[in-house]
Design a protein around this ligand. Structure first.
Ligand SMILES: NC(=O)c1ccc[n+]([C@@H]2O[C@H](COP(=O)([O-])OP(=O)(O)OC[C@H]3O[C@@H](n4cnc5c(N)ncnc54)[C@H](OP(=O)(O)O)[C@@H]3O)[C@@H](O)[C@H]2O)c1
Length: 272
């Protein structure tokens, strides 16, 4: 069983990843920015942006799962500024700090969580994330990169931002967003197999026009809104991160996820 340092363990994916790893019998330690009193998992204080605490956090570990990120869009919804810039101190400088510390600590497997279609997207966050991924791929460590499509919570957040509009003009480009639990299971599996490098990409079980996901959302919430399907070029849809992945498919559908939320909303992982 591996001794794993997880970054981003307090985030949306991280909250599903930690139980998945512990359930597989691994020994897990989280790198956290704030103390986590009462948590049943070991944690070490540190900050990727400054590199503080990384050496102690990595002591005794053999595997790293780097799932931390700083995505302003994911934290508080899209704003105009996000089309012009995105901070790099966690995803680029932080990844650089973590790689250097992992090398010194003799980490034998560095697993990086990434996003499908980064090279086609023109969003500044995607550029930053791709630069971080490249640092991992160019490193001397033994690494794996697992790319996933957008998570359901992000889709919910985007569609929630449209609720005040009576008409929703939405692209018909195909997409298959995914449940974070399916990504977490994939990552837990990747710890124990002997593969390395770029792994098969993972997406949700249903590939549908994006407007189709919006329709399911509207119906699940019982809203009366007109959805206006908007054909856009492949280039444009890729540029805004609308993409599908079919190497590996998750199990949980958007419809099932929405039904779960209505019964028991999951608390926000990161306060906005
Ligand atoms: N969201 C998506 O749709 C999506 C799709 C595919 C792949 N991914 C990737 O999956 C991973 C997890 O995404 P997510 O949406 O679950 O992220 P998230 O909910 O935004 O959580 C981000 C995590 O990063 C941590 N973090 C931020 N700044 C940090 C710093 N300076 N030092 C240490 N930790 C820091 C946060 O800790 P705090 O609790 O202290 O803020 C939090 O645990 C990321 O690599 C992301 O790129 C995301």
């Amino acid at each position: 069983m591996a001794k794993i340092l997880v970054t981003g363990g307090t985030g949306h994916l991280g909250r599903d990843l930690v139980p998945a790893l512990m359930g597989s019998g691994h020994d897990v330690r989280l790198l956290v920015r704030k103390p986590q009193p009462g948590r049943s998992v070991e944690w070490a204080l540190g900050d990727l942006a400054t590199g503080a605490g990384l050496e102690d956090a990595l002591r005794g570990a053999d595997t790293v799962i780097h799932a931390a990120t700083l995505s302003p869009i994911a934290r508080r919804g899209m704003r105009i500024v996000d089309f012009f810039s995105s901070p790099s101190d966690v995803d680029i400088e932080g990844t650089r700090h973590l790689l250097a510390a992992s090398r010194r600590a003799g980490i034998s497997h560095f697993i990086f969580v990434s996003i499908v279609g980064l090279e086609f997207s023109t969003l500044p966050y995607s550029r930053v994330k791709l630069a971080g991924e490249r640092l991992v791929r160019d490193s001397q460590l033994s690494w794996s990169v697992i790319r996933a499509t957008p998570f359901f919570y992000l889709l919910e957040q985007m569609l929630g931002g449209l609720r005040w509009l009576p008409v929703w003009p939405l692209p018909t480009a195909p997409a298959n967003p995914i449940d974070t639990r399916d990504v977490a299971s994939y990552l837990a599996e990747a710890v124990s197999d002997d593969r390395r490098g770029m792994r098969p990409e993972i997406g949700g079980p249903e590939i549908l026009p994006f407007s189709g996901f919006a329709r399911q959302y509207r119906d699940a919430l019982g809203l009366r809104r007109l959805i206006l399907p908007l054909p856009v070029s492949r280039r444009m849809s890729l540029a805004i991160g609308l993409i599908e992945a079919s190497d590996r498919l998750g199990e949980r559908t958007w419809k099932a996820w929405l039904a779960e939320q209505s019964k028991q909303p999951r608390p926000a992982a990161v306060p906005s």
